[in-house]
Design a protein around this ligand. Sequence first.
Ligand code: GKR
Ligand code: MG
Length: 390
Amino acid sequence: MKIVEMQILPVAFPDPPLRNSTGCHEPFALRTLVRLKTDDGFVGWGETYGGIGPQEGLEATRHLVEGADPFGLENLRRLIPEPRTYSPIEVACLDIMGQALGQPVYNLLGGKLRDPVEFAAYLFYHFDCPQYGECLTPEAMVVQAKRLVRDHGFHALKLKGGVLPPDAEIETLRLMAAEFGPDFRLRHDPNAIWSVETSIRVTNALEGTLEYMEDPTWGLDGMAAVHAAVRTPLSTNMCLVAFDHFPEGIRLQSVDVVLSDHHFWGGLRATQEMARICETWGLGVSMHSNSHLGVSLAAMLHSAASTRHLTYACDTHYVWLEEDILAGGKLPFVDGHMAVPTGPGLGISVDEDAVARMNEAYGKCGLTTRGDAEYMKKYIPDWQPLRPRW
Ligand code: GKR
Ligand code: MG
C-alpha cells in the first residue's frame, strides 16, 4: 500500500475568551488537519497544532510521506524525528491501517484496556461572551463547575489557574471542595506563573484538597524545589515534555505525574512508551489537552484505551467546542466518560463540508499563530506576560 496524497488543511473555529496565565484565547482557535489518501482509496485523518509553523513543518515532510507505506511507521518516525510533525502523520497512518484491516486503532496498539475513558471538566475563568456570560470570580467558577457537572457528569475538575491572584484561586478551590465534597477530584494548573515561594504557599494551603497541583512554577529545578516542600503530588505538561527530559526530571524528583499528549510526545505509540517509563519510575500519568477537534479527540480515546499505565482522568477542551467536524456532531460525555469509537481505524467519519468551512474560516480570520498575550491587550491594554507574576 502507498500514500499517494497528503493534504494539509489549516482550520479555524470559534473559541470563547478563555483566560490563562499568558493571556486570553482569541476568537478563533487554530488547528491543522492532515488527510492522507492511499493508492487503494483509503483516507486517514490526523490533527495537530494550528498556524503557520505546524503547516510548514508538515509541508517539509511531503516528499517523505507521499510514496511511503502507511504500515511503515517506524521508518516514517526515523525520517520525521520532530514529534509534533510526526504525530498527526502517524495517527492518519493508523487510521488507514485500521480501515484496511477492519480493526479499530486501539487494536493496532495492543488492544483496549478501558472503555469508556474518564475525562476531567476543564474549568476556565473567562471574559464576557454571549454563550456563557462572564466568569472572573471564585463564586462564578463554582457556577461554571456545577453547569459542567450537571451537563456532562464529570467527577474530576481541573481549574485553569494563574489568572486571579493566588488567594482568590485558593478561595475558588475551597468553594469547589465545599460544594462538591470528597467524591470529586480537584486539580489546579497555573501554568508556571508562580515563584517557588508562592507555589509552596498555595500548594500547602490547598493540601488535602487537590489530587495534584500542575506546573505551579517554571522548570525542572523550580518544580524540584516546590516538590521538596509540599506533600501534594505535582504534575506537568511544561517541564518534562520529551523523552530526554526524563533523566534530569527523575534525578531532581521534580514531579509525581506526567501528562501525556500524543501531539507532542510523538504519536500514539510514543505515548505508550512514555507511560511505560513513568510506570518504571513510579510516576503517574494523566493526559494534557489544547483546544481541539474530533480527530484529536478520537486519537486521544484510542490512546487512553490502550495505554496501560494511565492513572488519572484525561483533560480535554472539548466542552468548549461549539461545532465539530465529525459527521453526526460532537461525541457525548456520559457520566464524565466518553465511549471509545469501535469502527475500523479511528472509528470516526469526518464531515468534509465542515472541514471546508473551517478551512475557509482560517483564511478569513486573519490569525496565523496563537497569540493569547497579544489578544489580552484588548481587555487590559498594558498587559505583560510576566513569569513569575506572583
Ligand atoms: O487552553 O489556555 C489553554 C491552556 O492553558 C492550554 O494552552 C495548556 O496547554 O491546557 C494546557 C495545560 O494543561 O497547560
Ligand atoms: Mg497544564
